[in-house]
Design a protein around this ligand. Sequence first.
Ligand code: FAE
Length: 543
Amino acid sequence: MALKLMQRQLTRRHILGTAALRTAAALGFTRIGLQSARAAEPDPVDRAPAIVVGSGYGGAVAAARLGQAGIRTLVLEMGRLWNTPGPDGTVFCSTRAPDQRSMWFRTRTEAPLATFLWLDVVNRDISPYPGVLDRVHFDAVSVYVGRGVGGGSLVNGGMAVTPPKAYFAEQFPGVDADEMYGTYFPRARAALGVNTVDPAWFEATEWYRYTRVSREHARRTGLRTTFVPNVYDFVHMAREAAGTATRSALAGEVVYGNNHGKRSLDKTYLAAALGTGNVTLHTLERVRAISRARDGTYVLTADRVDLTGRVVETREYGCTYLFLGGGSLGTTELLLRARETGALPDLDASVGAGWGTNGNVMLGRANHLWDTVGENQSTMPVMGIDDWANASNPVFAEIAPLPTGLEHWVSLYLAITKNPERASFSYSGGSMRLGWTAAQSAVSAAMARKLFDRINAANSTIYRYDLFGSSSRAFADDFTYHPLGGCVLGKATDAFGRVKGYPRLYVTDGSLVPGSIGVNPFVTITALAERTMARVLAEDTAP
Ligand code: FAE
Protein backbone atom coordinates (compact mmCIF):
# COMPACT_ATOMS: atom_id res chain seq x y z
CA MET A 1 0.00 0.00 0.00
CA ALA A 2 2.76 2.43 1.05
CA LEU A 3 4.79 1.45 -2.03
CA LYS A 4 1.80 2.00 -4.31
CA LEU A 5 1.25 5.45 -2.79
CA MET A 6 4.93 6.30 -3.28
CA GLN A 7 4.80 5.17 -6.91
CA ARG A 8 1.71 7.32 -7.52
CA GLN A 9 3.38 10.35 -5.94
CA LEU A 10 6.54 9.82 -7.92
CA THR A 11 4.55 9.56 -11.12
CA ARG A 12 2.65 12.76 -10.33
CA ARG A 13 5.90 14.50 -9.43
CA HIS A 14 7.53 13.19 -12.56
CA ILE A 15 4.73 14.70 -14.62
CA LEU A 16 5.12 18.02 -12.79
CA GLY A 17 8.85 17.92 -13.51
CA THR A 18 8.29 17.21 -17.17
CA ALA A 19 5.83 20.10 -17.30
CA ALA A 20 8.37 22.41 -15.66
CA LEU A 21 10.96 21.53 -18.31
CA ARG A 22 8.44 22.09 -21.12
CA THR A 23 7.07 25.39 -19.83
CA ALA A 24 10.51 26.76 -19.09
CA ALA A 25 11.61 25.93 -22.60
CA ALA A 26 8.58 27.56 -24.14
CA LEU A 27 9.19 30.74 -22.14
CA GLY A 28 12.90 30.73 -22.91
CA PHE A 29 14.02 30.51 -19.29
CA THR A 30 17.55 29.70 -18.36
CA ARG A 31 16.45 29.11 -14.74
CA ILE A 32 14.03 26.28 -14.30
CA GLY A 33 12.21 24.91 -11.30
CA LEU A 34 8.65 24.16 -10.33
CA GLN A 35 8.31 27.78 -9.19
CA SER A 36 9.12 28.97 -12.69
CA ALA A 37 6.58 26.60 -14.19
CA ARG A 38 3.82 27.82 -11.91
CA ALA A 39 4.46 31.54 -11.63
CA ALA A 40 6.38 32.10 -14.88
CA GLU A 41 9.14 33.63 -12.75
CA PRO A 42 12.71 32.44 -12.54
CA ASP A 43 13.86 31.52 -9.07
CA PRO A 44 17.35 32.94 -8.48
CA VAL A 45 19.34 30.95 -5.95
CA ASP A 46 22.75 32.18 -4.84
CA ARG A 47 23.07 29.79 -1.94
CA ALA A 48 21.69 26.31 -1.85
CA PRO A 49 22.34 23.49 0.59
CA ALA A 50 23.48 21.38 -2.39
CA ILE A 51 24.82 22.28 -5.82
CA VAL A 52 25.27 19.83 -8.68
CA VAL A 53 27.56 20.74 -11.59
CA GLY A 54 26.40 19.23 -14.88
CA SER A 55 23.21 17.40 -15.82
CA GLY A 56 24.49 14.22 -17.49
CA TYR A 57 24.14 10.80 -15.86
CA GLY A 58 26.12 11.52 -12.69
CA GLY A 59 24.57 14.95 -12.20
CA ALA A 60 21.02 13.81 -12.93
CA VAL A 61 21.16 10.95 -10.42
CA ALA A 62 22.56 13.28 -7.75
CA ALA A 63 19.87 15.91 -8.40
CA ALA A 64 17.01 13.40 -8.35
CA ARG A 65 18.09 11.68 -5.15
CA LEU A 66 18.85 14.98 -3.36
CA GLY A 67 15.47 16.40 -4.39
CA GLN A 68 13.65 13.27 -3.26
CA ALA A 69 15.45 13.48 0.08
CA GLY A 70 13.98 16.98 0.53
CA ILE A 71 17.29 18.82 0.06
CA ARG A 72 17.10 22.06 -1.92
CA THR A 73 19.45 21.68 -4.82
CA LEU A 74 20.70 23.86 -7.63
CA VAL A 75 21.95 22.28 -10.87
CA LEU A 76 24.31 24.33 -13.05
CA GLU A 77 24.51 23.17 -16.68
CA MET A 78 26.65 24.88 -19.34
CA GLY A 79 24.48 23.68 -22.25
CA ARG A 80 20.94 24.71 -23.11
CA LEU A 81 17.61 23.10 -22.46
CA TRP A 82 16.60 21.16 -25.58
CA ASN A 83 12.85 21.43 -25.66
CA THR A 84 11.98 24.34 -27.95
CA PRO A 85 11.26 23.72 -31.63
CA GLY A 86 13.40 25.65 -34.11
CA PRO A 87 12.06 27.31 -37.26
CA ASP A 88 11.66 23.88 -38.91
CA GLY A 89 9.32 22.73 -36.12
CA THR A 90 11.75 20.24 -34.59
CA VAL A 91 13.86 20.59 -31.44
CA PHE A 92 16.99 18.94 -32.85
CA CYS A 93 18.30 19.30 -36.38
CA SER A 94 18.62 16.29 -38.62
CA THR A 95 21.90 14.43 -39.02
CA ARG A 96 21.61 14.64 -42.79
CA ALA A 97 21.19 18.43 -42.91
CA PRO A 98 22.86 19.72 -39.73
CA ASP A 99 22.50 23.38 -38.78
CA GLN A 100 23.73 25.52 -35.87
CA ARG A 101 21.93 23.27 -33.36
CA SER A 102 24.27 20.37 -34.17
CA MET A 103 27.56 21.41 -32.58
CA TRP A 104 28.88 23.45 -29.68
CA PHE A 105 30.10 26.84 -31.03
CA ARG A 106 31.53 25.67 -34.36
CA THR A 107 31.69 27.09 -37.85
CA ARG A 108 31.66 23.60 -39.39
CA THR A 109 30.32 20.28 -38.16
CA GLU A 110 32.86 17.61 -37.17
CA ALA A 111 31.09 14.29 -37.61
CA PRO A 112 32.97 11.10 -36.68
CA LEU A 113 32.47 9.71 -40.19
CA ALA A 114 33.86 12.61 -42.12
CA THR A 115 33.81 11.31 -45.70
CA PHE A 116 32.17 8.83 -48.03
CA LEU A 117 34.20 7.51 -50.97
CA TRP A 118 36.77 10.04 -49.70
CA LEU A 119 34.35 12.83 -50.58
CA ASP A 120 33.71 15.67 -48.16
CA VAL A 121 29.94 15.17 -48.33
CA VAL A 122 29.17 14.78 -44.63
CA ASN A 123 30.12 17.98 -42.83
CA ARG A 124 28.45 21.38 -43.28
CA ASP A 125 29.27 25.00 -42.52
CA ILE A 126 27.20 26.22 -39.57
CA SER A 127 27.02 29.36 -37.47
CA PRO A 128 28.34 29.29 -33.90
CA TYR A 129 25.69 28.37 -31.36
CA PRO A 130 25.47 26.28 -28.15
CA GLY A 131 24.70 23.14 -30.16
CA VAL A 132 24.19 19.73 -28.60
CA LEU A 133 27.37 17.85 -29.58
CA ASP A 134 30.89 18.96 -28.71
CA ARG A 135 34.18 17.54 -29.94
CA VAL A 136 36.97 18.52 -27.57
CA HIS A 137 40.40 18.34 -29.19
CA PHE A 138 43.55 17.31 -27.36
CA ASP A 139 46.99 16.75 -28.92
CA ALA A 140 46.48 13.14 -30.09
CA VAL A 141 42.83 12.36 -29.48
CA SER A 142 39.50 14.15 -29.50
CA VAL A 143 36.55 13.49 -27.25
CA TYR A 144 32.86 13.70 -28.19
CA VAL A 145 30.51 14.88 -25.42
CA GLY A 146 26.89 15.99 -25.18
CA ARG A 147 26.07 19.57 -24.12
CA GLY A 148 22.70 20.46 -22.70
CA VAL A 149 20.18 19.41 -20.06
CA GLY A 150 20.79 15.66 -20.11
CA GLY A 151 24.47 15.72 -21.15
CA GLY A 152 25.53 12.67 -23.17
CA SER A 153 22.03 11.18 -23.04
CA LEU A 154 20.95 13.69 -25.70
CA VAL A 155 23.43 12.53 -28.34
CA ASN A 156 24.34 8.95 -27.54
CA GLY A 157 23.21 5.70 -29.14
CA GLY A 158 21.20 4.72 -26.06
CA MET A 159 22.98 1.36 -25.65
CA ALA A 160 22.38 0.44 -22.03
CA VAL A 161 24.90 -2.28 -21.32
CA THR A 162 25.83 -3.77 -17.96
CA PRO A 163 29.48 -4.87 -17.93
CA PRO A 164 30.53 -8.46 -17.26
CA LYS A 165 30.65 -8.81 -13.47
CA ALA A 166 34.19 -10.17 -13.44
CA TYR A 167 35.50 -7.17 -15.38
CA PHE A 168 33.58 -4.73 -13.19
CA ALA A 169 35.17 -6.38 -10.13
CA GLU A 170 38.62 -6.17 -11.76
CA GLN A 171 38.19 -2.44 -12.44
CA PHE A 172 36.63 -1.66 -9.05
CA PRO A 173 38.26 -3.94 -6.48
CA GLY A 174 37.05 -1.67 -3.66
CA VAL A 175 33.36 -1.95 -4.61
CA ASP A 176 31.05 -4.75 -3.48
CA ALA A 177 30.16 -6.27 -6.88
CA ASP A 178 27.35 -8.39 -5.44
CA GLU A 179 25.67 -5.27 -4.11
CA MET A 180 26.16 -3.47 -7.43
CA TYR A 181 24.63 -6.32 -9.44
CA GLY A 182 21.91 -6.98 -6.86
CA THR A 183 20.86 -3.40 -6.12
CA TYR A 184 22.40 -0.52 -8.04
CA PHE A 185 22.55 -1.85 -11.61
CA PRO A 186 18.87 -2.92 -11.46
CA ARG A 187 17.94 0.44 -9.86
CA ALA A 188 19.78 2.35 -12.60
CA ARG A 189 18.25 0.30 -15.44
CA ALA A 190 14.74 0.77 -14.07
CA ALA A 191 15.09 4.53 -13.64
CA LEU A 192 16.71 4.95 -17.08
CA GLY A 193 13.84 3.11 -18.77
CA VAL A 194 16.01 0.39 -20.31
CA ASN A 195 14.19 -1.98 -22.70
CA THR A 196 15.07 -4.56 -25.35
CA VAL A 197 14.10 -5.00 -28.97
CA ASP A 198 11.44 -7.66 -29.63
CA PRO A 199 13.50 -10.49 -31.19
CA ALA A 200 10.72 -11.45 -33.63
CA TRP A 201 10.42 -7.86 -34.87
CA PHE A 202 14.22 -7.62 -35.08
CA GLU A 203 14.38 -10.71 -37.31
CA ALA A 204 11.70 -9.41 -39.66
CA THR A 205 12.31 -5.69 -39.99
CA GLU A 206 14.26 -4.09 -42.85
CA TRP A 207 15.59 -1.53 -40.31
CA TYR A 208 17.94 -4.07 -38.69
CA ARG A 209 19.06 -5.89 -41.82
CA TYR A 210 22.50 -4.31 -41.34
CA THR A 211 22.75 -5.91 -37.90
CA ARG A 212 21.66 -9.34 -39.11
CA VAL A 213 24.29 -9.21 -41.88
CA SER A 214 27.04 -8.48 -39.36
CA ARG A 215 25.70 -11.18 -37.06
CA GLU A 216 25.95 -13.72 -39.89
CA HIS A 217 29.53 -12.65 -40.65
CA ALA A 218 30.43 -13.07 -36.98
CA ARG A 219 28.76 -16.49 -36.91
CA ARG A 220 30.82 -17.63 -39.91
CA THR A 221 33.92 -16.55 -37.98
CA GLY A 222 32.87 -18.59 -34.96
CA LEU A 223 32.22 -15.46 -32.87
CA ARG A 224 29.41 -14.89 -30.39
CA THR A 225 26.93 -12.04 -30.78
CA THR A 226 24.59 -10.74 -28.12
CA PHE A 227 21.54 -8.48 -28.03
CA VAL A 228 22.11 -5.32 -26.04
CA PRO A 229 19.37 -3.29 -24.31
CA ASN A 230 18.74 0.36 -25.13
CA VAL A 231 16.87 3.34 -23.67
CA TYR A 232 15.15 4.05 -26.98
CA ASP A 233 11.49 3.03 -26.71
CA PHE A 234 11.21 0.00 -29.02
CA VAL A 235 7.41 0.21 -29.03
CA HIS A 236 7.76 3.70 -30.46
CA MET A 237 10.31 2.41 -32.98
CA ALA A 238 7.95 -0.30 -34.20
CA ARG A 239 5.28 2.37 -34.62
CA GLU A 240 7.77 4.47 -36.60
CA ALA A 241 8.30 1.51 -38.90
CA ALA A 242 4.55 1.00 -39.23
CA GLY A 243 4.07 4.68 -40.12
CA THR A 244 1.95 5.48 -37.06
CA ALA A 245 4.56 7.56 -35.18
CA THR A 246 6.91 10.33 -36.28
CA ARG A 247 10.26 8.91 -37.25
CA SER A 248 13.41 9.64 -35.27
CA ALA A 249 15.66 6.55 -34.95
CA LEU A 250 14.30 5.55 -38.34
CA ALA A 251 14.96 9.03 -39.75
CA GLY A 252 18.71 8.96 -39.18
CA GLU A 253 18.57 10.96 -35.94
CA VAL A 254 21.17 10.30 -33.24
CA VAL A 255 24.39 12.27 -32.65
CA TYR A 256 22.71 15.68 -32.98
CA GLY A 257 19.75 14.62 -30.82
CA ASN A 258 16.59 12.53 -31.19
CA ASN A 259 13.29 14.34 -31.61
CA HIS A 260 11.24 11.30 -30.52
CA GLY A 261 11.51 7.92 -28.87
CA LYS A 262 14.63 8.27 -26.76
CA ARG A 263 14.35 8.24 -22.96
CA SER A 264 17.04 10.84 -22.43
CA LEU A 265 17.69 12.10 -18.91
CA ASP A 266 15.39 15.12 -19.27
CA LYS A 267 12.55 12.58 -19.53
CA THR A 268 13.72 10.35 -16.66
CA TYR A 269 15.98 11.37 -13.78
CA LEU A 270 15.85 15.13 -14.40
CA ALA A 271 12.06 15.22 -14.73
CA ALA A 272 11.89 13.30 -11.45
CA ALA A 273 14.35 15.76 -9.88
CA LEU A 274 12.40 18.87 -10.90
CA GLY A 275 9.16 17.16 -9.94
CA THR A 276 10.21 17.09 -6.30
CA GLY A 277 9.93 20.87 -6.18
CA ASN A 278 13.33 20.99 -4.47
CA VAL A 279 15.53 21.24 -7.54
CA THR A 280 16.25 24.33 -9.63
CA LEU A 281 18.19 24.15 -12.87
CA HIS A 282 20.22 26.94 -14.45
CA THR A 283 21.22 26.45 -18.06
CA LEU A 284 23.97 28.08 -20.12
CA GLU A 285 25.99 28.54 -16.92
CA ARG A 286 29.50 27.16 -16.93
CA VAL A 287 31.22 26.68 -13.61
CA ARG A 288 34.76 27.92 -14.01
CA ALA A 289 36.19 27.74 -10.47
CA ILE A 290 35.62 26.07 -7.12
CA SER A 291 37.04 27.18 -3.80
CA ARG A 292 36.24 26.88 -0.14
CA ALA A 293 35.02 29.54 2.25
CA ARG A 294 36.42 29.85 5.79
CA ASP A 295 33.41 28.04 7.24
CA GLY A 296 34.11 24.98 5.07
CA THR A 297 31.31 25.61 2.55
CA TYR A 298 32.06 25.68 -1.16
CA VAL A 299 32.10 28.70 -3.45
CA LEU A 300 31.58 28.34 -7.19
CA THR A 301 32.21 30.93 -9.87
CA ALA A 302 30.03 30.51 -12.95
CA ASP A 303 29.79 32.36 -16.26
CA ARG A 304 26.40 32.59 -17.92
CA VAL A 305 26.58 32.89 -21.71
CA ASP A 306 24.00 33.97 -24.25
CA LEU A 307 23.29 32.10 -27.47
CA THR A 308 26.26 33.77 -29.17
CA GLY A 309 28.62 32.53 -26.46
CA ARG A 310 29.14 35.98 -24.94
CA VAL A 311 29.48 35.98 -21.14
CA VAL A 312 26.54 38.05 -19.93
CA GLU A 313 26.93 37.49 -16.20
CA THR A 314 29.44 36.04 -13.75
CA ARG A 315 28.00 34.84 -10.47
CA GLU A 316 29.19 33.27 -7.28
CA TYR A 317 27.23 30.48 -5.63
CA GLY A 318 27.65 28.92 -2.23
CA CYS A 319 26.71 25.50 -0.94
CA THR A 320 27.37 23.04 1.83
CA TYR A 321 27.33 19.91 -0.35
CA LEU A 322 28.93 20.01 -3.78
CA PHE A 323 28.42 17.25 -6.36
CA LEU A 324 30.54 17.22 -9.50
CA GLY A 325 28.83 15.68 -12.53
CA GLY A 326 30.59 17.53 -15.36
CA GLY A 327 31.77 14.28 -16.94
CA SER A 328 35.31 12.95 -17.24
CA LEU A 329 36.56 16.17 -18.87
CA GLY A 330 34.41 18.72 -17.00
CA THR A 331 34.94 17.40 -13.49
CA THR A 332 38.63 16.67 -13.95
CA GLU A 333 39.24 20.18 -15.27
CA LEU A 334 37.47 21.80 -12.30
CA LEU A 335 39.39 19.76 -9.73
CA LEU A 336 42.73 20.03 -11.51
CA ARG A 337 42.34 23.80 -11.75
CA ALA A 338 41.37 23.99 -8.08
CA ARG A 339 44.45 22.02 -7.04
CA GLU A 340 46.92 23.71 -9.37
CA THR A 341 45.76 27.26 -8.58
CA GLY A 342 45.89 26.56 -4.87
CA ALA A 343 42.12 26.97 -4.38
CA LEU A 344 41.81 23.38 -3.07
CA PRO A 345 45.47 22.53 -2.43
CA ASP A 346 44.86 19.30 -0.51
CA LEU A 347 43.29 17.43 -3.44
CA ASP A 348 44.96 14.08 -4.03
CA ALA A 349 47.93 13.82 -6.41
CA SER A 350 45.91 11.33 -8.48
CA VAL A 351 43.40 14.00 -9.61
CA GLY A 352 43.96 14.17 -13.38
CA ALA A 353 45.30 10.61 -13.67
CA GLY A 354 43.88 7.27 -14.81
CA TRP A 355 42.23 8.50 -18.01
CA GLY A 356 41.43 6.24 -20.95
CA THR A 357 39.29 5.99 -24.09
CA ASN A 358 37.49 2.75 -23.14
CA GLY A 359 39.60 1.34 -26.02
CA ASN A 360 37.30 2.94 -28.63
CA VAL A 361 38.00 2.39 -32.34
CA MET A 362 35.57 2.84 -35.23
CA LEU A 363 35.93 0.88 -38.45
CA GLY A 364 34.02 -0.16 -41.54
CA ARG A 365 34.10 -3.36 -43.63
CA ALA A 366 33.18 -3.58 -47.31
CA ASN A 367 30.64 -6.30 -47.99
CA HIS A 368 30.09 -8.31 -51.15
CA LEU A 369 27.51 -6.93 -53.57
CA TRP A 370 25.05 -9.66 -52.63
CA ASP A 371 25.38 -8.86 -48.92
CA THR A 372 23.22 -5.74 -48.88
CA VAL A 373 22.90 -3.91 -45.57
CA GLY A 374 19.78 -2.05 -46.63
CA GLU A 375 19.04 1.60 -47.34
CA ASN A 376 16.89 1.75 -44.21
CA GLN A 377 18.85 1.55 -40.96
CA SER A 378 17.75 2.27 -37.40
CA THR A 379 20.26 4.50 -35.61
CA MET A 380 19.89 2.62 -32.31
CA PRO A 381 22.36 -0.30 -32.08
CA VAL A 382 20.92 -3.48 -30.57
CA MET A 383 23.69 -6.05 -30.93
CA GLY A 384 27.39 -6.54 -30.22
CA ILE A 385 30.07 -9.04 -31.19
CA ASP A 386 31.22 -10.28 -27.80
CA ASP A 387 34.80 -11.57 -27.79
CA TRP A 388 35.62 -10.08 -24.38
CA ALA A 389 36.29 -13.53 -22.91
CA ASN A 390 39.13 -14.06 -25.41
CA ALA A 391 42.02 -13.53 -22.99
CA SER A 392 44.58 -12.92 -25.75
CA ASN A 393 42.55 -10.09 -27.38
CA PRO A 394 39.42 -8.96 -25.50
CA VAL A 395 37.09 -6.89 -27.71
CA PHE A 396 33.37 -6.04 -27.55
CA ALA A 397 32.24 -4.55 -30.87
CA GLU A 398 28.96 -2.71 -31.21
CA ILE A 399 27.32 -3.26 -34.61
CA ALA A 400 26.78 0.38 -35.56
CA PRO A 401 24.45 1.92 -38.15
CA LEU A 402 25.45 4.01 -41.16
CA PRO A 403 22.07 5.49 -42.07
CA THR A 404 22.68 7.32 -45.35
CA GLY A 405 19.34 6.39 -46.92
CA LEU A 406 21.22 4.56 -49.69
CA GLU A 407 22.60 1.05 -50.02
CA HIS A 408 26.34 1.31 -49.36
CA TRP A 409 27.43 -2.27 -48.49
CA VAL A 410 29.30 -1.00 -45.40
CA SER A 411 29.27 -2.82 -42.07
CA LEU A 412 30.24 -0.30 -39.39
CA TYR A 413 31.45 -1.02 -35.85
CA LEU A 414 32.46 0.78 -32.69
CA ALA A 415 34.95 -1.57 -31.07
CA ILE A 416 35.60 -1.38 -27.33
CA THR A 417 39.00 -2.96 -26.75
CA LYS A 418 40.74 -3.81 -23.48
CA ASN A 419 43.46 -1.27 -24.08
CA PRO A 420 45.52 -1.04 -20.85
CA GLU A 421 46.99 2.38 -21.74
CA ARG A 422 46.16 5.32 -19.45
CA ALA A 423 47.09 9.00 -19.53
CA SER A 424 47.08 12.02 -17.23
CA PHE A 425 45.88 15.58 -17.61
CA SER A 426 48.11 18.51 -16.76
CA TYR A 427 47.13 22.11 -16.19
CA SER A 428 48.91 25.24 -17.35
CA GLY A 429 47.99 28.70 -18.55
CA GLY A 430 44.36 28.28 -17.56
CA SER A 431 43.66 25.17 -19.59
CA MET A 432 44.01 21.42 -19.41
CA ARG A 433 46.25 19.25 -21.59
CA LEU A 434 46.00 15.52 -22.04
CA GLY A 435 49.09 13.34 -22.21
CA TRP A 436 47.44 10.67 -24.41
CA THR A 437 49.58 9.79 -27.48
CA ALA A 438 48.86 8.37 -30.93
CA ALA A 439 50.87 5.29 -29.94
CA GLN A 440 48.40 4.66 -27.13
CA SER A 441 45.48 4.80 -29.59
CA ALA A 442 47.35 2.44 -31.90
CA VAL A 443 47.05 -0.24 -29.21
CA SER A 444 43.25 -0.13 -29.57
CA ALA A 445 43.46 -0.18 -33.37
CA ALA A 446 45.77 -3.22 -33.30
CA MET A 447 43.34 -5.11 -31.07
CA ALA A 448 40.37 -4.24 -33.29
CA ARG A 449 42.37 -5.28 -36.36
CA LYS A 450 43.16 -8.65 -34.82
CA LEU A 451 39.45 -9.38 -34.39
CA PHE A 452 38.26 -7.94 -37.69
CA ASP A 453 41.06 -9.56 -39.72
CA ARG A 454 39.50 -12.84 -38.59
CA ILE A 455 36.04 -11.69 -39.67
CA ASN A 456 37.34 -10.50 -43.03
CA ALA A 457 39.22 -13.76 -43.58
CA ALA A 458 36.15 -15.87 -42.80
CA ASN A 459 33.96 -13.80 -45.15
CA SER A 460 36.50 -12.89 -47.88
CA THR A 461 35.88 -9.19 -47.23
CA ILE A 462 38.12 -6.14 -46.79
CA TYR A 463 38.14 -2.89 -44.80
CA ARG A 464 36.72 0.44 -46.01
CA TYR A 465 39.37 3.16 -46.26
CA ASP A 466 37.17 6.04 -47.39
CA LEU A 467 35.15 6.89 -44.28
CA PHE A 468 37.45 8.72 -41.86
CA GLY A 469 38.82 11.69 -43.78
CA SER A 470 41.14 11.96 -46.73
CA SER A 471 43.99 9.99 -45.17
CA SER A 472 42.80 6.55 -46.33
CA ARG A 473 42.67 4.78 -43.03
CA ALA A 474 40.55 1.87 -41.98
CA PHE A 475 40.60 2.50 -38.21
CA ALA A 476 39.42 5.73 -36.59
CA ASP A 477 41.33 5.57 -33.31
CA ASP A 478 41.76 9.32 -32.95
CA PHE A 479 38.47 9.97 -31.13
CA THR A 480 36.46 8.48 -28.33
CA TYR A 481 32.79 8.54 -27.37
CA HIS A 482 33.65 7.09 -23.96
CA PRO A 483 36.03 9.37 -22.02
CA LEU A 484 36.59 7.71 -18.64
CA GLY A 485 38.70 8.59 -15.62
CA GLY A 486 40.56 11.61 -14.27
CA CYS A 487 39.19 11.33 -10.71
CA VAL A 488 39.27 7.59 -10.21
CA LEU A 489 37.12 5.96 -7.53
CA GLY A 490 39.21 4.83 -4.59
CA LYS A 491 42.17 6.99 -5.70
CA ALA A 492 41.14 10.65 -6.04
CA THR A 493 38.07 9.83 -3.94
CA ASP A 494 37.19 7.30 -1.28
CA ALA A 495 35.32 4.13 -2.30
CA PHE A 496 32.06 6.13 -2.56
CA GLY A 497 33.06 9.18 -4.58
CA ARG A 498 33.85 11.45 -1.63
CA VAL A 499 36.76 13.62 -2.79
CA LYS A 500 39.84 13.04 -0.64
CA GLY A 501 40.88 16.02 1.46
CA TYR A 502 37.55 17.86 1.21
CA PRO A 503 34.46 16.88 3.19
CA ARG A 504 31.06 17.19 1.48
CA LEU A 505 32.64 17.36 -1.97
CA TYR A 506 31.67 14.45 -4.27
CA VAL A 507 32.27 13.13 -7.79
CA THR A 508 29.40 11.20 -9.39
CA ASP A 509 30.28 10.87 -13.09
CA GLY A 510 32.44 9.05 -15.64
CA SER A 511 35.64 10.49 -14.23
CA LEU A 512 35.39 7.82 -11.49
CA VAL A 513 35.80 4.95 -13.99
CA PRO A 514 39.47 4.00 -14.45
CA GLY A 515 39.75 4.40 -18.23
CA SER A 516 37.92 1.25 -19.30
CA ILE A 517 34.74 -0.66 -18.48
CA GLY A 518 34.54 -3.05 -21.45
CA VAL A 519 31.09 -1.97 -22.64
CA ASN A 520 29.29 1.30 -23.35
CA PRO A 521 29.55 3.12 -20.04
CA PHE A 522 26.41 5.03 -19.05
CA VAL A 523 24.67 2.25 -17.10
CA THR A 524 27.81 1.79 -14.99
CA ILE A 525 28.12 5.56 -14.40
CA THR A 526 24.45 5.72 -13.38
CA ALA A 527 24.66 2.71 -11.06
CA LEU A 528 27.81 4.03 -9.35
CA ALA A 529 26.09 7.40 -8.87
CA GLU A 530 23.10 5.63 -7.30
CA ARG A 531 25.49 3.86 -4.92
CA THR A 532 27.21 7.12 -3.97
CA MET A 533 23.92 8.90 -3.37
CA ALA A 534 22.53 6.09 -1.22
CA ARG A 535 25.62 6.22 0.98
CA VAL A 536 25.90 10.01 1.14
CA LEU A 537 22.24 10.51 1.99
CA ALA A 538 22.44 7.85 4.69
CA GLU A 539 25.67 9.02 6.29
CA ASP A 540 26.69 12.56 5.34
CA THR A 541 23.53 14.62 5.21
CA ALA A 542 21.89 13.38 8.39
CA PRO A 543 21.18 16.30 10.77
P1 FAE B 1 28.00 13.71 -19.34
O1 FAE B 1 26.82 12.92 -19.76
O2 FAE B 1 29.01 14.08 -20.37
O3 FAE B 1 27.43 15.03 -18.66
C1 FAE B 1 28.25 16.09 -18.23
C2 FAE B 1 27.41 17.37 -18.30
O4 FAE B 1 28.08 18.39 -17.57
C3 FAE B 1 27.23 17.90 -19.71
O5 FAE B 1 25.88 18.22 -19.92
C4 FAE B 1 28.12 19.14 -19.75
O6 FAE B 1 27.63 20.16 -20.62
C5 FAE B 1 28.09 19.59 -18.30
N1 FAE B 1 29.29 20.33 -17.86
C6 FAE B 1 30.58 19.97 -18.04
N2 FAE B 1 31.41 20.86 -17.45
C7 FAE B 1 30.60 21.81 -16.87
C8 FAE B 1 30.86 23.00 -16.14
N3 FAE B 1 32.12 23.39 -15.85
N4 FAE B 1 29.81 23.75 -15.74
C9 FAE B 1 28.53 23.37 -16.03
N5 FAE B 1 28.23 22.25 -16.73
C10 FAE B 1 29.25 21.47 -17.15
O7 FAE B 1 28.80 13.02 -18.14
N6 FAE B 1 27.34 5.45 -23.73
C11 FAE B 1 26.58 4.35 -23.58
O8 FAE B 1 26.56 3.75 -22.50
N7 FAE B 1 25.83 3.87 -24.64
C12 FAE B 1 25.85 4.47 -25.87
O9 FAE B 1 25.15 4.03 -26.80
C13 FAE B 1 26.66 5.63 -26.04
N8 FAE B 1 26.75 6.24 -27.26
C14 FAE B 1 27.42 7.43 -27.35
C15 FAE B 1 27.39 8.15 -28.55
C16 FAE B 1 27.97 9.41 -28.63
C17 FAE B 1 27.93 10.17 -29.92
C18 FAE B 1 28.61 9.97 -27.48
C19 FAE B 1 29.22 11.34 -27.53
C20 FAE B 1 28.66 9.26 -26.30
C21 FAE B 1 28.08 8.00 -26.22
N9 FAE B 1 28.09 7.28 -25.03
C22 FAE B 1 27.37 6.12 -24.91
C23 FAE B 1 28.83 7.76 -23.84
C24 FAE B 1 27.91 8.34 -22.75
O10 FAE B 1 27.01 9.27 -23.30
C25 FAE B 1 28.80 8.99 -21.69
O11 FAE B 1 29.62 7.98 -21.13
C26 FAE B 1 27.99 9.64 -20.58
O12 FAE B 1 27.16 10.66 -21.08
C27 FAE B 1 28.90 10.21 -19.51
O13 FAE B 1 28.09 10.59 -18.40
P2 FAE B 1 28.64 11.64 -17.34
O14 FAE B 1 27.62 11.78 -16.28
O15 FAE B 1 30.02 11.26 -16.96
